[in-house]
Ligand binder design. Structure first.
Ligand SMILES: [Zn+2]
Length: 438
């Protein structure tokens, strides 16, 4: 997570006066079809329900479903529900992370609720860093499938507030459009028998969930690109990007055939399946960050997800099929390409190829965010480690979770899928431009 400011935030907050761009105006309290029952004052206080406005308040936060974020909550005197996210922690480290948000609010239809999110004081790379400044946009949905953006307002001491007008008796709230394990399973089921796709099991997560590499195209194609998503469970954007990319490559048109003559794609679509299933934010179930420690061999006990991937990579290299390019997909509040600069002899050539990649991203996708500065270091990421240890041109690609500047739009599954489809063209031009054949 970078700490660069989010320039469009204020303008957007001003534009979006209601968190739910609703087509039907929420009824006022007096019009509410299910008026709140009158309670004795003591009961009301116990429930945190202030009756000053006469509106129904939060009845319950449901976190019983797949990928829901663990939370506890209480009420402030004005009826605001204070939602305490739970941190997940890194092993043998002060690092902790909260920021995944996915739950279902229950309240009277028509109620206006205020949620205040607390426990945003993350520790990242040993440094305190509130995630409040990055938490500008959430999404809400009545059915858990069709999502609309909702802006937050930052309040002092590292908290953010969200105001909701309840369109019905319940409303899902999430950090990003969720992409659950069941979404992945449905996608894999659709791909399983496709003639241009091969699914290869490579190992299991801490809890025994099977990890798979999805190969799209001819393994004998001259160029190979690898992508990984969901090392960090809250960052669902990468899964949508991958769905868009693979969908584009499997469209049976001349351009897709041209792409797959030039390159073959390998994907690990969900590295941290346990964390996604349990609604965690960052670490695996042994407290390991799967985008760290790549500067050394992966530990099969603490990080079996990485050990499985590393064994697969070793087999690829042994078979003469080393990937030429690797993208490690993430979400944060900035959306930069994180260039790696480990001490390798041909670093200048690597950075030159990454400049080519950046140029092509700007030309063929909505990417405008740019790259990290020359002083940026983040040793141990997959990108850093794969470049250092295996000589692979690898880069961490963040996607801004709050705003897509190149589209002047909020992020959405659809925009990320579009980006993935556009990546197919980027890879084609990238490999065509490299001077020497492999
Ligand atoms: Zn991440």
């Amino acid at each position: 997570m970078l700490k660069t400011p989010w320039p469009a935030a204020l303008a957007v907050l001003q534009l979006l006066t209601s968190p739910i761009p609703s087509t039907t105006a929420a009824p006022t309290a007096s019009e509410s079809p299910h008026p709140a029952p009158m309670l004795p004052a003591a009961d009301a206080a116990a429930r945190g329900a202030s009756h000053t406005g006469g509106a129904a308040r939060l009845a319950y936060i449901d976190t019983s479903f797949e990928n829901a974020s663990p939370v506890w909550y209480d009420f402030m005197p004005d009826g605001t529900a204070r939602v305490h996210l739970l941190y997940d922690h890194e092993r043998s480290s002060p690092n902790r992370a909260a920021g995944h948000i996915h739950f279902r609010v229950h309240a009277e239809p028509g109620a206006r609720l205020t949620l205040e999110f607390a426990n945003l004081d993350n520790i990242w790379n040993g440094r305190h860093g509130s995630v409040a400044r990055e938490l500008k946009t959430l999404v809400v949905s009545e059915n858990g499938r069709d999502w609309k953006p909702a802006s937050t307002v930052t309040v002092p001491t590292n908290r953010v507030r969200l105001t909701l007008d309840m369109p019905g008796p319940s409303l899902y709230v999430a950090r990003l459009e969720p992409y659950r394990l069941s979404d992945l399973d449905r996608w894999l089921a659709r791909l399983r028998h496709h003639p241009r796709v091969a699914l290869t099991p490579i190992g299991k997560t801490v809890q025994g969930r099977e990890l798979e590499i999805v190969r799209v195209g001819n393994p004998g194609a001259p160029w190979r690109v690898f992508l990984r998503a969901r090392a960090h469970p809250w960052e669902s954007g990468g899964n949508w990007v991958i769905e868009g990319l693979v969908g584009r490559l499997l469209r049976d048109d001349p351009q897709a055939r041209q792409y797959l003559e030039r390159y073959c794609v390998h994907v690990l679509p969900m590295a941290n399946k346990d964390g996604v299933a349990r609604g965690l934010t960052r670490f695996n179930l042994q407290g390991k960050d799967l985008n760290r420690d790549w500067d050394q061999p992966a530990d099969p006990h603490w990080a079996p997800e990485n050990a499985a991937l590393e064994s697969w990579l070793a087999r690829m290299i042994q078979a003469g099929r080393r990937p030429h390019l690797a993208l490690e997909l993430h979400n944060d509040g900035s959306g930069l390409l994180h260039l790696s600069r480990p001490p390798v002899p041909d670093l200048a050539q690597h950075l030159e190829r990454m400049r080519l990649l950046e140029t092509l991203l700007r030309r063929h996708t909505w990417f405008t965010e740019g790259v990290t500065s020359s002083s940026f270091r983040n040793a141990g990421t997959l990108a850093d480690g794969w470049l250092l240890r295996f000589g692979i041109d690898a880069v961490v690609h963040e996607f801004n979770a709050n705003w897509i500047a190149g589209l002047n739009e909020y992020p959405s599954a659809q925009h990320w899928q579009t980006y993935g489809a556009q990546l197919a063209t980027v890879f084609d031009h990238y490999f065509a431009a490299l001077r020497t054949r492999p």
